[in-house]
Design a protein around this ligand. Sequence first.
Ligand code: 0X9
Ligand code: CA
Ligand code: ZN
Length: 495
Amino acid sequence: MRRRILSIACGISLFFASAAFAAPKSLVRVGGLSPAQISHLATEGYDIPKTGHGFAELVLEGPQIEAFAKKGHSIKVLVRDLDEYVKKVKQTQTKNSAYYTYATMIKKLNEWVEKYPDICRLESIGKSCEDRDIWALKISDNPGKNEPEPAALLMGAHHAREWPSIEVPMATAKKLLEEYNGDPEITRLVNEREIWIVPMVNPDGVTYSMEKSRMWRKNRRNNSGTYGVDLNRNYGYQWGNVGASNSGSSDTYHGTGPFSEPESCAMRDFVIREKFQASISYHTYSELILYPFGYGYNIPNPDQKIFVKMAGEMAKFNGYDPKNSAELYPAMGDSDDYFYGERKILCFTFELCSTFIPNASQIPTFNQLNVPAAIYLIDKAGTYGIVNPDGREEIVNNLSLDSSLRAITDIVELFGSEGNVAMRNEALKQLEKISLRTAGIVVEEIKSGNAEALDKVKAVPQASLAMSFIRNRVLFEDAHRSSQYRQDLIEKLKN
Ligand code: 0X9
Ligand code: CA
Ligand code: ZN
């Protein structure tokens, strides 16, 4: 995908002259960097929105730029004054095309709850530092009940200034609600999944970035003297100093300890309660789909195959690059390492767009690119999301016939010819459980003289294990109590 340079690089000397007065934060492309130097920059706590072959794009103040230039690195100032830049972006907003604020988000969420009370409900999952509610919208049939259905989570705005990250989960919610009972695929997902949308994990930071300091990233924790903790460094799995800072003034300050912040605690407690199978955390920018682990290079990930498959499929919708998180740069304490490392959630970080905050006129464009990827994830929460046996028993035992056949198809296609024996066995164990569930449903249908369920399973070649379970049971029982089943159904089973 073509990336647009934001503004023409201006003369460095001119730049320093003005920087001496104002000291604005700038977005700068620093070149001549080795991969080791890039990861070192992350460790030193630099704010690095993007990395690439031999370069990194950094948020820097004047003297820092000078220091890089002195060391002989090539410097390209992409955005001279980020605050000014965002002010301009704000001016591109019109009545019909504007970024959600905390207030307009709440208004929209409440409108939806009023309009679609049968398929959604709103809940505050906790409070921010400044006592704002962190809102979560649940979209599912029987939204008041906790049902044993695969659960998916979409989150926006861990980082304050990354406004598009609020839009994509909101647009996905809109599609699910508006197309329920219209589009059969959407209807199926709303009925058979528990979908949760937390569009603004960091409401204080977002509000601050919209009203005061436009390039604000962190929450608004008072660190006595400085402000803010980077919520994407505060989660409690491998919390530490790589790609995160000890200093309260740093943009990647990781807090006084793991889960020191009310916002990250709210998310932790929420994911423990809802037992999600899959999630996306939206950020900007770089047009990437990242998967764990991110706290260091080459950390073994037993579900790598599923992550690579899902990231690759989602990339087909938005054209982004799928890659391991640490390959962007290693950083400790992000949400995904906790979600996967501690909770086994198939979690992804999307780095939306090619700038922090594109003009408001771009909102429909990046939404259109990304909503289908979110829908894909919500679907696969119920197939790849149940391969891993942790806590999935109840879900498997309540799968509908259609859902179980979809899960079987995906698992067989991904792991059917897997060479790694341990991995294959793990998947097969779960395949067996899902096949037993499938057989259970079909045998009941056969008992009541209904052929439809059997026909459905027969039509899915990957479901041969389920078929053999069905045959074994029905033919065995038939041999012992000869008249119990309709003869034409027995014939169907035999051939
Ligand atoms: O640094 C971050 O938190 C994310 N990028 S952003 O520009 N939105 O700040 C990326 C996190 C990916 N995770 C790791 N690299 N561990
Ligand atoms: Ca439900
Ligand atoms: Zn971010």
